[in-house]
Design a protein around this ligand. Structure first.
Ligand code: LMR
Length: 399
């Protein structure tokens, strides 16, 4: 029956892990997928997560279904973490939120919701470049995907003027996907000042902002600071929607904990949106898994554990910043003739090295260093032990 099904290519990001696993070099380095590692290169289960999980297990809870929109204690706390305690829409009870299968699931619910109900053209604009999965998620949701300028190859920084110009030139009422912080894959974020101009441009065009916040806490180490863009847009009167992930900031990758929310203009509108989100989710996956959400909820709702978690997030962000500095230092020590300031200027889990696809292939084939073909490396996979070897490999392929 399936003779017409063609062989597909491996996933641009998750396919890297498959290639890495096949390499027998004991010194191989995996900087592909964005997953935090400790300085020994090992996956890191946050102590706050371990503690919360024990609490959850000790409670001997049943395994009944959550509601369609998930564990209420979790979604309430997730909204508070994103929008902040001073958020007017939250206080007024007009944020419609549902638990999701992590950030990807949140984007997918969002895509489906917009496809079904967005009153304008079903086109969403994503930055160039964007997370490799954005386009696929929105296309599969039935939206048309276009792009706006974001990254400037020459400066290895933000193409701010290009971005604002493109936003202004979009057809009125377009949907715009914005990375709330720690832009993936470039690690290049707008400054607070620039966000203000971006908000103005979005407003001027009557556009609809969709924030993807997969890395809250991972950019600056501070969850409030990283929510600046989202909260600023709210203050400016935008009514955005938001995808949240707890994969990175709680290290709950495989537990798939996330949330999708829409800010409504009234509680009456919120009630209508709530009803439609349920109608959307039910045939998709019925209702979400409870275990990871219970862990996240325990952390977010227990003031002491919450404080501890915030410290651990800061610790992860801090180790990444240290590795950036070490990589740059090692490249300079090797005598590289290139400038590597962008490695330390960029923030979040990734560095956009500026290496091209051919150089990335060489890194893998000749040095067993695995990362995506666009030149992105997951800085979270660098350790004090492997940074020297990594710098040497980069120097050998790039000079
Ligand atoms: C990444 O970009 O590496 C992460 O967001 C993991 C993923 O699902 O692609």
């Amino acid at each position: 029956a399936w003779s017409q099904v063609p062989q597909g290519p491996p996933d641009a990001i998750l396919g890297i892990t498959e290639a890495f696993k096949k390499d027998s070099n004991p010194k191989k380095i995996n900087l592909g997928v964005g997953a935090y590692r400790d300085d020994a290169g090992k996956p890191y289960v946050l102590p706050s997560v371990q503690q919360a999980e024990q609490t959850v297990v000790q409670q001997n809870l049943d395994k009944e279904y959550a509601g369609i929109t998930g564990v209420p204690d979790f979604t309430k706390a997730a909204a508070l973490l994103a929008y902040g305690p001073d958020s007017t829409p939250l206080k007024e009870g007009r944020v419609c939120i549902t638990q999701s299968i992590s950030g990807t699931g949140a984007l997918r619910i969002g895509g489906a919701f917009l496809q079904r109900f967005y009153p304008g053209a079903k086109t969403i604009y994503i930055p160039t470049p964007s997370w490799a999965n954005h386009k696929a998620v929105f296309l599969d949701s039935g939206l048309e995907v276009k792009q706006y300028r974001y990254y400037n190859k020459d400066t290895i920084g933000l193409d701010f003027d290009g971005m604002v110009e493109d936003i202004k030139n979009m057809p009125k009422g377009s949907m715009v996907l914005l990375h709330a912080c720690a832009h993936n894959p470039t690690g290049v974020d707008p400054t607070e000042q620039q966000w203000k101009a971006i908000s103005d441009a979005v407003k001027e065009g009557g556009h609809y902002p969709f924030f993807d916040m997969a890395y809250q806490g991972f950019a600056s180490g501070n969850t409030d600071k990283d929510a600046f863009a989202l909260r600023y847009f709210l203050k400016e009167g935008h009514l955005p929607c938001l995808a949240q992930s707890f994969a990175k900031n709680m290290g709950l990758y495989g537990e798939r904990v996330g949330a999708f929310s829409v800010v409504a203009s009234s509680t009456e509108e919120k009630a209508r949106l709530d009803s439609q989100i349920k109608i959307l989710v039910r045939p998709l996956y019925s209702n979400p898994p409870v275990h990871g959400a219970r862990i996240a909820s325990t952390i977010l709702n227990d003031p002491k554990l919450n404080q501890q978690w915030l410290g651990e997030v800061e610790g992860m962000a801090g180790r990444i910043i240290k590795m950036r500095a070490l990589l740059k230092e090692n490249l300079e020590k090797m005598g590289s003739k290139h400038k590597w300031d962008h490695i330390t200027d960029q923030i979040g889990m990734f560095a956009y090295t500026g290496l091209n696809a051919e150089q990335m292939t060489k890194l893998a084939e000749e040095h067993s260093v695995y990362a995506t073909k666009d030149g992105r490396i997951s800085v979270a996979g660098i350790t004090t032990d492997n940074v020297g070897r990594l710098a040497e490999a980069i120097y050998k392929v790039k000079g």
